[in-house]
Design a binder for this molecule. Structure first.
Ligand SMILES: CC(=O)N[C@H]1[C@@H](OP(=O)(O)OP(=O)(O)OC[C@H]2O[C@@H](n3ccc(=O)[nH]c3=O)[C@H](O)[C@@H]2O)O[C@H](CO)[C@@H](O)[C@@H]1O
Ligand SMILES: C=C(OP(=O)(O)O)C(=O)O
Length: 429
C-alpha cells in the first residue's frame, strides 16, 4: 500500500491547476448510458474512481477511449449492452449506483449491486429507489442487488412529482437522468443544488434533455424519447480547490489556484476570510482563478462551522478546514450534520498533537497546539487530505498510510503540492 512521506514546515507558494470535479465526472460518465451516440467529456480528472467507473462501464459493454492532454474521454453505449453493475466494481465506489437511473430509463431494466456502507456513514439509497418507483419502476433487492424493471407492456418510465425526504446529491442525479427519458413531466422537489448536479443538468441539456430549475431546489424535466451525443467540459473541482485553499492557508503561503471558482466555494471562502486569510478571484469574471494569501497560523483565528447542503459549508471540506483550524488560534466547534460518522480523522490528527474532543456530531478543538510529525492512517478520502494538510505544517516527518483513499479522489495531489514547494514524496509498497 502506498504511503506519503511529508516533511512539514514549508509555505506553499506558486500556482496550481485545479482539475475537473470527481463528483461531476462520475455522474456524467453514467449519463453516457442514456444514448447510443458517442459522448465526449473533457477535463476528466485522473483519479482511481474515474478508472473504476470506466471499468464498470466497459464491463457493461460501453466502448471507452481516452484522448488528448486535457482529460479527454469518450463513451459509446450500444443498444445491446448488459445493464448490470457487479458487486466487485461497485463495492469500491459508491457513485456506481448512478448507473441505476440511466440503465432503467434507457433499457427498461437494471441490476446494480447495493453500494457498500462506507466509513463516513450508513448511506442508504432508499430515496433513489423510492423516486424510481414513483416513476413506475418495479424494484426489489435480491442477493445484495437492486433489481429494477418496467412493468410488462411499458416501454418508458413515467414522469412523477417526487419530493425526497432529505437533500441527496446522487439521489437527485439518478432521478434527473432517469426523468430525461421518462414519458411526461417529472418534478424533483427538495433537489440538491450542488454545482455538480447543475453541471450534470447542463450536460444532459446538451444531449437534448429538457430541464429547468437545476441549481435550485425544484427541477422540472420534460421527458424526451431519445437523447443524443454531446461534448461537455467537466466543471472544476470545488473540493480540490477548497483543499488547496486550506493547505496554502495553513502553511502561511501565497498561491494562485487556476480554474478554481469563487462562486462555488462561497461558504468556505467566507470562513477563510473570517479566519484572516485573503482570498480573491483573479481576472475578468474570476476566470484567472483564485488567489490565496495567508499570514500563517499564529495570525489566524480558528472558525466554528456547521456542514450543510449547498450552498452551505460542504461536508467534503469539513476535515480539511479542521486541519487548518488546528494551526489557527483559539477554540472552535465543528458540527457535522450530513454524515453520522465523519470524524475519523480526529484520532489521527490527535496523534500529531491536536487538541480535539468529539461529542456526537460536534467536535470542539483548541487551535495553536504545536503539531509534530507521526505515522497516521488515512481512513477516508477527505480525512486523508486533512492529514496531508496537518503534515505540511507539523514539525519533522509525517507518514500518511493507506493513501489509496486519497487516490480515489485527488488528481496527482503530491505532484501538485511539490509544485508549490512542499517536501512530499510517495513511497510505493
Ligand atoms: C459521488 C458524490 O457525489 N458523492 C457526494 C455525494 O454523496 P451522496 O450523494 O452519497 O450523499 P447524499 O447527498 O445522498 O447524502 C446526504 C445524506 O442523506 C442520506 N441519504 C441519502 C440518500 C438516500 O437514499 N437516503 C439517505 O438517507 C445520507 O445517508 C446522508 O446522510 O454528496 C455528499 C454530500 O454532499 C458528498 O459528501 C459526496 O462526496
Ligand atoms: C465522500 C466522498 O465521495 P464518495 O461519495 O464517492 O464516497 C467525497 O468525495 O468526499
Amino acid at each position: 500500500m502506498d504511503k506519503l512521506l511529508i516533511r512539514g514546515g514549508r509555505p506553499l507558494v506558486g500556482r496550481v491547476a485545479i482539475s475537473g470535479a470527481k463528483n461531476a465526472a462520475l455522474p456524467q460518465m453514467c449519463a453516457a448510458l442514456l444514448t447510443r451516440e458517442p459522448v465526449h467529456l473533457v477535463n476528466v480528472p485522473r483519479l482511481h474512481d474515474v478508472r473504476t467507473m470506466r471499468r464498470l462501464l466497459e464491463h457493461m459493454g460501453v466502448a471507452t477511449e481516452t484522448h488528448g492532454e486535457r482529460g479527454g474521454m469518450s463513451f459509446t453505449a450500444p443498444d445491446g449492452l448488459t445493464p448490470e453493475a457487479p458487486y466487485e466494481l461497485v463495492k469500491t465506489m459508491r457513485a456506481s449506483v448512478l448507473a441505476l437511473g440511466p440503465l432503467l430509463a434507457r433499457f427498461g431494466r437494471a441490476r446494480v449491486s447495493l453500494p457498500g456502507g462506507c466509513a463516513i456513514g450508513a448511506r442508504p439509497v432508499d430515496q433513489h429507489i423510492r423516486g424510481l418507483q414513483a416513476m413506475g419502476a418495479q424494484i426489489h433487492v435480491e442477493h445484495g442487488y437492486i433489481v429494477a424493471s418496467l412493468p410488462p407492456g411499458r416501454q418508458r418510465l413515467q414522469g412523477a412529482h417526487i419530493t425526497t425526504d432529505m437533500v441527496t446529491v446522487t439521489g437527485t442525479e439518478n432521478l434527473l437522468m432517469a426523468a430525461c427519458l421518462a414519458e411526461g413531466e417529472t418534478v424533483l422537489e427538495n433537489a440538491a443544488q450542488e454545482p455538480e448536479v447543475a453541471d450534470l443538468a447542463e450536460m444532459l441539456i446538451r444531449m437534448g434533455a429538457r430541464i429547468q430549475g437545476h441549481g435550485s431546489s425544484t427541477i422540472r424535466v420534460q421527458g424526451v424519447a431519445q437523447l443524443h451525443g454531446c461534448t461537455h467540459q467537466v466543471v472544476a473541482d470545488r473540493i480540490e480547490a477548497g483543499t488547496f485553499l486550506c493547505a496554502v492557508a495553513a502553511t502561511g503561503g501565497n498561491a494562485l489556484l487556476e480554474h478554481a471558482r469563487a462562486d462555488h466555494l462561497q461558504a468556505v471562502i467566507d470562513k477563510l476570510r473570517d479566519a484572516g486569510v485573503q482570498v480573491g478571484a483573479e481576472g475578468e469574471g474570476g476566470a484567472g482563478g483564485l488567489r490565496v494569501i495567508s499570514p500563517g497560523g499564529a495570525q489566524l483565528k480558528a472558525q466554528s462551522f456547521r456542514t450543510m447542503e449547498y450552498p452551505g459549508f460542504p461536508t467534503d471540506m469539513q476535515a480539511q478546514f479542521m486541519a487548518l483550524n488546528l494551526v489557527a488560534q483559539g477554540a472552535a466547534t465543528v458540527t457535522e450534520t450530513i454524515f453520522e460518522n465523519r470524524f475519523m480523522h480526529v484520532n489521527e490528527l490527535m496523534r500529531l498533537g491536536a487538541e480535539i474532543m468529539v461529542d456526537g456530531r460536534v467536535a470542539t478543538l483548541v487551535g495553536g497546539a504545536p503539531l509534530s510529525g507521526a505515522t497516521v492512517m488515512a481512513t477516508d478520502l477527505r480525512a486523508s487530505a486533512s492529514l496531508v494538510i496537518a503534515g505540511l505544517v507539523a514539525s519533522g516527518e509525517t507518514l500518511v498510510d493507506r493513501i489509496y483513499h486519497l487516490d480515489r479522489g485527488y488528481d496527482t495531489m503530491e505532484a501538485k503540492l511539490r509544485g508549490l514547494g512542499a517536501d512530499i514524496e510517495r513511497i510505493s509498497a
